[in-house]
Design a protein around this ligand. Structure first.
Ligand code: CIZ
Ligand code: SF4
Length: 319
């Protein structure tokens, strides 16, 4: 307890001294999310993190999340210093989509419009026509489909097949998955739903189709939080990373939030549905990076300029 308070005080002082702002993802440790809120930083999904960092006056952005989020911040604001508590925090989607193989896949399908999820490296984004997050994937693909375009989608096959089912577009899928969401089990969710028939099922579309099928609401992290907040029901079964419960509970006082089971049936699960890379962000690693000023994210400027084109397309589409 006392030690935590010491970390917190040190981090607050260092943020101020360095004109740095903390930008944290919903899946990070609640201690980090709380500190971001207290210090005027931001807690959000990857798109809002990038937007917030770009618009904030701070010279230094401390990105608590995973590598692609730091890279996206750097691409949007190349003149700012972007630091991360650890450079080891990656993502199975990013890892599962190496730029050379991806580029060859695109070359083999030149007739397709290349749409990539935000959870990708700068080099993969640079090869894309569009970058999307889960909150706007359906709208963008609908728009492209209406223009008669065929889609090449990467890297998440579950999100991609969800988009394909919902829009009816011609979508060719890359074979990637999120190791956290892929573990949610339809049997577990339906058993839980039988136990709590009044519960609303909220599912992130990185989950397998059988789980998405059971959802009352399918959406991005922000859309899931918003659904829990605005729906009149009092109980929710949530299929996304447990880190989201900090913000959800804050926005939904008095409502019961239950994490969807990742294995077996019935029992709720406490140690799962938690991204191991997000967990590398701690008060200790955060304090360390502020003290040392290392772990700086760099993106080759030319690559960054190319990646900015599909990113800007997404930002403009959202307006
Ligand atoms: O699963 C992730 O890493 C998500 C939901 C990222 C994001 O877009 O905020
Ligand atoms: Fe990647 Fe999944 Fe972790 Fe998100 S939760 S950073 S998609 S591995």
């Amino acid at each position: 307890e006392e030690e935590l308070e010491l970390w917190r005080e040190r981090i607050k002082r260092l943020l101020k001294e360095q004109n740095a702002v903390l930008v944290a993802h919903y899946y990070t440790d609640p201690l980090i999310q709380a500190l971001a809120e207290e210090t005027g930083g931001c807690v959000s999904d990857s798109l809002e993190m990038a937007r917030f960092g770009a618009e904030h006056q701070a010279d230094t952005l401390i990105v608590a999340g995973v590598k692609f989020m730091g890279e996206t911040a750097k691409i949007l604001t190349p003149h700012k210093r972007v630091l991360m508590p650890t450079l080891e925090a990656t993502c199975s989607l990013d890892l599962g989509c190496p730029p050379e193989e991806f580029s060859a896949f695109c070359d083999a399908h030149p007739d397709r419009t290349v749409v990539v999820y935000a959870n990708t490296s700068a080099a993969v984004k640079a090869r894309a026509d569009w970058v999307v997050t889960s909150s706007i994937a359906l709208d963008v693909v609908d728009h492209l489909d209406a223009q008669g375009e065929k889609i090449l989608w990467a890297p998440d096959k579950h999100l991609g097949s969800y988009v394909q089912r919902e829009t009816g577009a011609d979508v060719l899928l890359w074979d990637g998955a999120c190791i956290v969401h892929e573990e949610f089990k339809a049997k577990g969710v339906s058993d839980l739903k039988a136990l709590y028939p009044d519960a609303v099922v909220l599912v992130h579309p990185e989950s397998p189709a059988a789980v998405v099928e059971l959802a009352d609401v399918v959406g991005s992290t922000s859309q899931i939080i918003n659904a829990a907040k605005t729906r009149p029901e009092k109980r929710f079964i949530v299929a996304t990373d447990q880190g989201i419960f900090y913000k959800m509970q804050q926005q939904c006082p008095g409502k019961e939030l239950i994490v969807a089971p990742t294995a077996g049936a019935g029992a709720t699960c406490r140690s799962c549905a938690s991204c191991p890379w997000m967990a590398m962000n701690s008060l200790e690693t955060l304090c360390g990076v502020l003290e040392r000023g290392d772990n700086e994210i760099s993106v080759d400027p030319e690559l960054g300029r190319r990646a900015m084109v599909p990113l800007q397309r997404m930002l403009d589409f959202r307006k």
